[in-house]
Design a protein around this ligand. Structure first.
Ligand SMILES: [Zn+2]
Length: 260
Protein backbone atom coordinates (compact mmCIF):
# COMPACT_ATOMS: atom_id res chain seq x y z
CA UNK A 1 0.00 0.00 0.00
CA UNK A 2 1.04 3.56 -0.57
CA UNK A 3 0.28 6.93 0.94
CA UNK A 4 0.29 9.75 -1.59
CA UNK A 5 0.59 13.36 -0.46
CA UNK A 6 -1.04 15.84 -2.83
CA UNK A 7 -1.11 18.93 -0.60
CA UNK A 8 0.74 19.46 2.66
CA UNK A 9 -0.06 23.03 3.63
CA UNK A 10 -2.47 24.47 6.17
CA UNK A 11 -4.87 27.26 5.25
CA UNK A 12 -2.24 29.88 4.53
CA UNK A 13 -2.05 32.45 1.81
CA UNK A 14 -0.71 30.79 -1.35
CA UNK A 15 2.65 29.24 -0.47
CA UNK A 16 5.36 28.28 -2.96
CA UNK A 17 5.47 24.54 -3.78
CA UNK A 18 2.76 23.65 -1.28
CA UNK A 19 -0.98 23.38 -1.69
CA UNK A 20 -3.74 22.93 0.87
CA UNK A 21 -4.09 19.55 2.50
CA UNK A 22 -4.99 16.32 0.72
CA UNK A 23 -3.64 12.78 0.70
CA UNK A 24 -4.78 9.28 -0.25
CA UNK A 25 -4.22 5.68 0.68
CA UNK A 26 -3.78 3.50 -2.40
CA UNK A 27 -4.48 -0.20 -1.90
CA UNK A 28 -4.58 -2.94 -4.54
CA UNK A 29 -8.25 -2.43 -5.37
CA UNK A 30 -9.02 1.15 -4.57
CA UNK A 31 -7.96 4.62 -3.56
CA UNK A 32 -9.25 6.20 -0.33
CA UNK A 33 -8.98 9.97 -0.45
CA UNK A 34 -8.69 12.24 2.62
CA UNK A 35 -9.45 15.93 2.46
CA UNK A 36 -9.49 17.75 -0.85
CA UNK A 37 -7.57 21.00 -0.72
CA UNK A 38 -6.94 23.14 -3.80
CA UNK A 39 -5.36 21.40 -6.77
CA UNK A 40 -5.40 17.91 -5.23
CA UNK A 41 -6.71 16.07 -8.29
CA UNK A 42 -4.35 17.96 -10.62
CA UNK A 43 -1.37 16.89 -8.53
CA UNK A 44 -2.63 13.31 -8.16
CA UNK A 45 -3.26 12.91 -11.88
CA UNK A 46 0.20 14.19 -12.78
CA UNK A 47 1.66 11.78 -10.20
CA UNK A 48 0.09 9.02 -12.28
CA UNK A 49 -2.87 8.11 -10.08
CA UNK A 50 -5.93 6.63 -11.76
CA UNK A 51 -8.80 8.77 -10.46
CA UNK A 52 -11.32 6.06 -11.40
CA UNK A 53 -9.78 3.90 -8.64
CA UNK A 54 -11.23 6.25 -6.00
CA UNK A 55 -13.87 4.48 -3.95
CA UNK A 56 -14.45 7.05 -1.22
CA UNK A 57 -13.53 10.58 -0.20
CA UNK A 58 -13.37 11.57 3.48
CA UNK A 59 -13.53 15.23 4.50
CA UNK A 60 -12.38 16.15 8.02
CA UNK A 61 -14.28 19.46 8.12
CA UNK A 62 -15.59 21.99 5.67
CA UNK A 63 -13.01 24.75 5.79
CA UNK A 64 -11.71 25.85 2.41
CA UNK A 65 -8.21 24.37 2.84
CA UNK A 66 -9.93 20.94 3.11
CA UNK A 67 -12.71 21.24 0.50
CA UNK A 68 -11.39 23.84 -1.97
CA UNK A 69 -10.43 21.10 -4.47
CA UNK A 70 -13.45 18.81 -3.96
CA UNK A 71 -15.52 20.18 -6.84
CA UNK A 72 -12.56 19.98 -9.15
CA UNK A 73 -11.75 16.44 -7.96
CA UNK A 74 -15.27 15.27 -8.86
CA UNK A 75 -15.05 17.17 -12.16
CA UNK A 76 -11.76 15.45 -12.98
CA UNK A 77 -13.17 12.01 -12.15
CA UNK A 78 -15.96 12.70 -14.63
CA UNK A 79 -13.46 13.94 -17.20
CA UNK A 80 -11.32 10.80 -16.86
CA UNK A 81 -14.33 8.47 -17.11
CA UNK A 82 -15.35 10.25 -20.31
CA UNK A 83 -11.95 10.43 -21.99
CA UNK A 84 -10.65 7.03 -20.88
CA UNK A 85 -14.04 5.28 -21.24
CA UNK A 86 -14.09 3.56 -17.88
CA UNK A 87 -16.21 3.79 -14.75
CA UNK A 88 -15.16 4.25 -11.13
CA UNK A 89 -13.89 0.94 -9.78
CA UNK A 90 -16.57 0.76 -7.08
CA UNK A 91 -19.44 1.96 -9.25
CA UNK A 92 -20.28 4.98 -7.11
CA UNK A 93 -18.09 7.51 -5.30
CA UNK A 94 -18.92 7.85 -1.59
CA UNK A 95 -18.26 11.26 -0.05
CA UNK A 96 -18.08 11.47 3.74
CA UNK A 97 -18.50 15.07 4.83
CA UNK A 98 -19.66 16.69 8.09
CA UNK A 99 -21.94 19.29 6.46
CA UNK A 100 -24.54 18.39 3.83
CA UNK A 101 -24.88 22.10 3.01
CA UNK A 102 -21.29 22.21 1.76
CA UNK A 103 -21.77 19.04 -0.33
CA UNK A 104 -24.98 20.46 -1.84
CA UNK A 105 -23.22 23.74 -2.67
CA UNK A 106 -20.39 21.99 -4.48
CA UNK A 107 -22.86 19.82 -6.42
CA UNK A 108 -24.86 22.95 -7.33
CA UNK A 109 -21.73 24.49 -8.84
CA UNK A 110 -20.98 21.28 -10.74
CA UNK A 111 -24.55 21.04 -12.05
CA UNK A 112 -23.99 24.18 -14.13
CA UNK A 113 -20.72 23.02 -15.63
CA UNK A 114 -20.12 21.08 -18.87
CA UNK A 115 -23.07 18.92 -19.95
CA UNK A 116 -24.74 19.82 -16.65
CA UNK A 117 -22.32 17.42 -14.97
CA UNK A 118 -24.16 14.36 -16.26
CA UNK A 119 -22.17 11.39 -14.98
CA UNK A 120 -22.41 7.62 -15.52
CA UNK A 121 -22.01 6.98 -11.78
CA UNK A 122 -23.38 8.38 -8.53
CA UNK A 123 -21.70 10.67 -6.05
CA UNK A 124 -23.22 9.59 -2.75
CA UNK A 125 -23.02 11.89 0.30
CA UNK A 126 -22.77 10.56 3.85
CA UNK A 127 -22.85 12.87 6.86
CA UNK A 128 -19.99 12.00 9.18
CA UNK A 129 -20.59 11.09 12.81
CA UNK A 130 -18.64 9.15 15.43
CA UNK A 131 -18.81 5.69 13.92
CA UNK A 132 -17.23 3.08 11.74
CA UNK A 133 -18.26 4.97 8.65
CA UNK A 134 -16.82 2.89 5.82
CA UNK A 135 -15.81 -0.68 5.09
CA UNK A 136 -14.29 -1.79 1.79
CA UNK A 137 -14.41 -5.55 1.41
CA UNK A 138 -12.35 -5.22 -1.79
CA UNK A 139 -9.29 -4.06 0.12
CA UNK A 140 -10.02 -4.89 3.76
CA UNK A 141 -10.05 -1.15 4.48
CA UNK A 142 -12.09 0.27 7.36
CA UNK A 143 -12.43 3.94 8.25
CA UNK A 144 -13.69 5.17 11.59
CA UNK A 145 -14.42 8.84 12.41
CA UNK A 146 -13.71 10.49 15.77
CA UNK A 147 -14.96 14.01 16.49
CA UNK A 148 -12.39 16.53 17.68
CA UNK A 149 -12.48 20.03 19.14
CA UNK A 150 -11.15 22.03 16.20
CA UNK A 151 -14.52 23.73 15.65
CA UNK A 152 -16.90 25.14 18.29
CA UNK A 153 -19.57 22.71 19.44
CA UNK A 154 -22.73 23.06 21.57
CA UNK A 155 -24.36 20.18 23.41
CA UNK A 156 -26.87 18.39 21.19
CA UNK A 157 -25.51 19.81 17.94
CA UNK A 158 -23.75 17.62 15.36
CA UNK A 159 -19.96 17.59 15.52
CA UNK A 160 -18.39 19.43 12.60
CA UNK A 161 -14.73 18.39 12.71
CA UNK A 162 -13.34 14.85 12.65
CA UNK A 163 -10.18 12.81 12.79
CA UNK A 164 -10.07 9.47 10.97
CA UNK A 165 -8.54 6.11 11.79
CA UNK A 166 -7.94 3.78 8.85
CA UNK A 167 -7.37 0.07 9.24
CA UNK A 168 -5.92 -1.40 6.07
CA UNK A 169 -4.78 -5.00 6.21
CA UNK A 170 -2.59 -5.18 9.30
CA UNK A 171 -1.82 -1.46 9.27
CA UNK A 172 -3.41 1.22 11.42
CA UNK A 173 -3.21 4.79 10.13
CA UNK A 174 -4.51 7.77 12.09
CA UNK A 175 -5.16 11.18 10.52
CA UNK A 176 -5.66 14.09 12.88
CA UNK A 177 -7.59 16.39 10.57
CA UNK A 178 -7.35 19.85 12.15
CA UNK A 179 -7.34 19.33 15.86
CA UNK A 180 -6.15 20.28 19.33
CA UNK A 181 -3.24 18.64 21.07
CA UNK A 182 -5.51 17.22 23.78
CA UNK A 183 -7.56 15.33 21.15
CA UNK A 184 -4.59 13.29 19.94
CA UNK A 185 -4.63 10.51 22.59
CA UNK A 186 -8.25 9.69 21.63
CA UNK A 187 -7.15 8.33 18.25
CA UNK A 188 -3.88 6.77 19.40
CA UNK A 189 -5.38 4.15 21.67
CA UNK A 190 -3.55 1.21 20.12
CA UNK A 191 -0.45 0.56 18.04
CA UNK A 192 -0.53 3.01 15.16
CA UNK A 193 1.78 2.34 12.23
CA UNK A 194 1.41 5.79 10.71
CA UNK A 195 0.17 8.96 12.37
CA UNK A 196 -0.51 11.90 10.05
CA UNK A 197 -0.58 15.02 12.19
CA UNK A 198 -1.37 18.60 11.37
CA UNK A 199 0.70 21.57 12.52
CA UNK A 200 -1.56 24.40 11.39
CA UNK A 201 -2.74 24.73 15.00
CA UNK A 202 0.03 22.92 16.88
CA UNK A 203 3.81 23.26 17.14
CA UNK A 204 5.52 20.10 15.86
CA UNK A 205 7.78 20.03 18.95
CA UNK A 206 4.75 19.88 21.26
CA UNK A 207 3.36 16.98 19.24
CA UNK A 208 6.64 15.03 19.45
CA UNK A 209 6.92 15.69 23.20
CA UNK A 210 3.32 14.69 23.90
CA UNK A 211 3.71 11.39 22.06
CA UNK A 212 6.94 10.55 23.88
CA UNK A 213 5.91 11.79 27.35
CA UNK A 214 2.56 9.93 27.20
CA UNK A 215 4.14 6.87 25.51
CA UNK A 216 1.53 7.01 22.76
CA UNK A 217 2.01 3.99 20.46
CA UNK A 218 3.09 5.69 17.23
CA UNK A 219 5.57 3.92 14.94
CA UNK A 220 5.95 6.55 12.21
CA UNK A 221 4.93 10.18 12.47
CA UNK A 222 4.28 12.22 9.33
CA UNK A 223 3.55 15.91 9.60
CA UNK A 224 1.03 17.28 7.10
CA UNK A 225 -1.06 20.51 6.90
CA UNK A 226 2.06 22.47 7.86
CA UNK A 227 1.78 25.67 9.82
CA UNK A 228 4.14 28.35 10.97
CA UNK A 229 6.40 26.10 13.07
CA UNK A 230 7.40 24.15 9.93
CA UNK A 231 6.84 26.21 6.80
CA UNK A 232 9.78 28.65 7.06
CA UNK A 233 12.42 25.91 7.46
CA UNK A 234 11.17 22.31 7.12
CA UNK A 235 14.68 20.84 6.99
CA UNK A 236 15.63 22.25 10.40
CA UNK A 237 12.19 21.35 11.76
CA UNK A 238 12.62 17.70 10.72
CA UNK A 239 16.05 17.60 12.36
CA UNK A 240 14.73 19.04 15.61
CA UNK A 241 11.67 16.74 15.53
CA UNK A 242 14.03 13.73 15.32
CA UNK A 243 15.93 14.89 18.39
CA UNK A 244 12.66 14.62 20.35
CA UNK A 245 10.78 11.79 18.62
CA UNK A 246 13.55 9.63 17.12
CA UNK A 247 14.30 8.91 13.48
CA UNK A 248 10.79 7.91 12.33
CA UNK A 249 9.37 11.39 11.94
CA UNK A 250 8.97 12.98 8.54
CA UNK A 251 7.82 16.31 7.16
CA UNK A 252 5.78 15.47 4.10
CA UNK A 253 6.00 17.35 0.81
CA UNK A 254 3.50 17.83 -2.02
CA UNK A 255 3.53 15.26 -4.83
CA UNK A 256 5.38 12.58 -2.87
CA UNK A 257 4.52 8.98 -1.99
CA UNK A 258 5.59 6.50 0.67
CA UNK A 259 5.09 2.75 0.84
CA UNK A 260 3.66 1.51 4.11
ZN1 LIG B 1 -7.00 23.36 7.88
Amino acid sequence: MKLHFFGTCSGTRPFKDRHHVSFALEADNGIYWFDAGENCSYTAYLMGLDLTKIRAIFISHCHMDHVGGLGNLLWNIRKVTGVEKKLPIGGDIDVFIPLKETFDGIMAVLKNTEDNFRIPFKVVPHIVDDSLCYVSKADGVEVRAYHNHHLPHDDGDPWLSFSYVIKAGDKRIAYSGDTRLEDIPNILTEKTDVFLMETGHNDYRDVCRLIRERSLPVEKLFFIHHGKSILPDPVSAEKEAREIFGENVFISDDATSVTI
